[in-house]
Write a protein that binds this ligand. Structure first.
Ligand SMILES: Cc1cc2nc3c(=O)[nH]c(=O)nc-3n(C[C@H](O)[C@H](O)[C@H](O)COP(=O)(O)OP(=O)(O)OC[C@H]3O[C@@H](n4cnc5c(N)ncnc54)[C@H](O)[C@@H]3O)c2cc1C
Length: 213
């Protein structure tokens, strides 16, 4: 993507309709969508994921838990206020580049109780827009099939087969890993952006936001 630059290569002063902080799971599709009508700058503190081949495939998933934190790699280690060790992403594509790749649509109850007047037709279209780019139907391996069967035998029914919706019962959900084990993170949604309206700056840690007027 020619519109992805290291922050140091961008002009020090420029104006945009929207500046989005954080090129993660939410920031990438938001920037892409806004670029269809507006000028957008997306600021991401981490690097281009291609710099870290281990985040690009399923085999690299274990790195998330094993890798140390050198302050630059895609996994920032932190301890929550209640003392729980965890990681958060530090890479363009955000959590979708380091997570376990399970994909599911939201629960109906969420839409009913969120206090937002959703246009469910648009919500459906938005899901399809994401899914056509990043979601695959996984081929279950032996233990996954066995686990699936045991849920059904144990009475977790109905059997919903493969389904991207959040449903009661047993289902095979989507994965952002394809059947060759390649990860398809939110960063790929940037391919749908209007390239003349968007700039993405990597290694661009935002320190302060100044409001005036
Ligand atoms: C190990 C692990 C496994 C997971 N497994 C799953 C799963 O299988 N399925 C699932 O649905 N969810 C999973 N999740 C959760 C999911 O990945 C996150 O909920 C989701 O990615 C959050 O999206 P987000 O856009 O809110 O934040 P993020 O995707 O984390 O994006 C935030 C971005 O902002 C950047 N940023 C932060 N501060 C600054 C700053 N000051 N300046 C510039 N940029 C900044 C970060 O580098 C990051 O790229 C998992 C999470 C983890 C950690």
């Amino acid at each position: 993507m020619k519109f992805v630059h290291n922050a140091t290569d961008l002009p020090t002063k420029e104006e945009y309709d929207y500046i989005i902080i954080g090129g993660g799971t939410a920031g990438c599709p938001l920037a892409t969508t806004l670029s269809s009508k507006f000028s957008v700058l997306l600021l991401e503190r981490g690097s281009d994921p291609n710099k870290y081949p281990s985040v690009l495939n399923e085999q690299g998933l274990l790195n998330v838990f094993a890798a140390g934190d050198d302050g630059k790699n895609p996994f920032q280690r932190f301890v929550s206020e209640d003392g729980i060790e965890n990681i958060r992403a530090r890479v363009l594509g955000g959590g979708s580049m380091v997570n376990a790749g399970f994909y599911s649509r939201g629960h109906q109850e969420f839409f009913a109780s969120a206090g937002v007047d959703w246009n469910m037709e648009l919500v459906e279209k938005a899901y399809e827009w994401v899914e056509e780019t990043v979601v695959s139907q996984p081929i279950l391996n032996a233990w996954q099939s066995a686990f699936r069967s045991s849920l059904l035998e144990g009475g977790v029914i109905p059997d919903n087969g493969f389904d991207l919706r959040h449903l009661v019962g047993t289902k095979t959900g989507g994965s952002i890993f394809d059947n060759k084990g390649n990860r398809h993170g939110a960063v790929e949604l940037l391919n749908k952006a209007n390239p003349t309206n968007i700039k993405v700056a990597t290694e661009a840690t935002v320190q302060r936001i100044l409001f005036s007027g």
